[in-house]
Design a protein around this ligand. Structure first.
Ligand SMILES: [Mg+2]
Length: 262
């Protein structure tokens, strides 16, 4: 009987989904508080590792443009297609900056001890450019990537894993991550995911728990203050008056606006 209860006990704790947790992370280094053996560190890209050097091309601008096109009479899917094409064009041309100083050094330290990868809803078209932009910030996600090989699969749209980053092409991150781990034959005990968007954390949490792994989701709040400073009128000037060779800086666009209004 004792043996049977023991078996039941062990089955319950090995088969039942593990409860995950989602916490606020005011700083990039907050991840260090949750590291443990056999964990996989997963990092969002936009507004977590990098952001454009100016307001044009940031996530806030993407959301602003999308709403603007819907107000102008485009259907939601037309507006989304239009804003994705503009956003990708800007993202190919823009320089980027690191979200929080010190990030590259912390990532390098983790890479000596833990597998680290990127997870983004960016489309495949941006894969090469995003890797170059991360390199410009001295972040190389190939160093301790969970798989050195490329992987391509369908997750509603085509999804690509390359150079340590999974590009989910706007499809849910959770299912894509689990599929990648299956394909790469990687079995972490725990996944730590740092992302500025709570919705993406919830999505990954559900899938990770369903697959019996421990999950720690960290809602990265450091970029909240940067997002709050977004000014649509500055991004509009940058959109209409920049060139292929030079995107107006925030300061240049502000000067342009003052001259126009005087
Ligand atoms: Mg993000």
């Amino acid at each position: 009987m004792k043996k049977f209860v023991g078996l039941l006990y062990s089955c319950f704790f090995t088969c039942a989904p593990l409860a995950g947790v989602i916490l606020e992370a005011p700083h990039f280094k907050t991840v260090c508080d949750h590291l443990s053996d056999e964990c996989l560190i997963v990092l969002d890209i936009d507004d977590t590792l990098l952001l454009p050097a100016q307001m044009l091309g940031c996530d806030e601008w993407f959301l602003y443009e999308n709403k603007k096109y819907i107000k102008e009479g485009f259907t939601p899917s037309e507006a989304l297609e239009k804003v994705i094409s503009e956003w990708e064009a800007v993202r190919h041309l823009t320089n980027v900056v690191v979200v929080e100083p010190g990030t590259a050094e912390i990532v390098k330290q983790w890479q000596h001890h833990y597998p680290v990868m990127g997870l983004t809803t960016q489309g495949i078209a941006l894969a090469t450019r995003t890797v170059q932009q991360l390199q410009s910030l001295e972040i190389d996600l190939t160093l301790s990537a969970p798989s050195k090989a490329d992987h391509y699969f369908i997750n509603r749209h085509g999804v690509l894993y390359r150079d340590g980053i999974l590009f989910t092409s706007g499809t849910p991150k959770g299912k894509a991550l689990i599929k990648l781990l299956e394909l790469a034959d990687v079995h972490p005990k725990k996944i730590i995911f740092l992302n500025d968007k709570a919705t993406h954390l919830k999505d990954v949490e559900s899938e990770v728990e369903l697959n019996g792994m421990e999950f720690v989701g960290l809602r990265y709040s450091y970029p909240d203050a940067i997002k709050a400073r977004f000014k649509p009128e500055i991004a509009e000037i940058q959109f209409h008056h920049s060139s292929f060779s030079h995107i107006l800086t925030d300061e240049e666009a502000t000067e342009w606006m003052k001259t126009r209004d005087n």
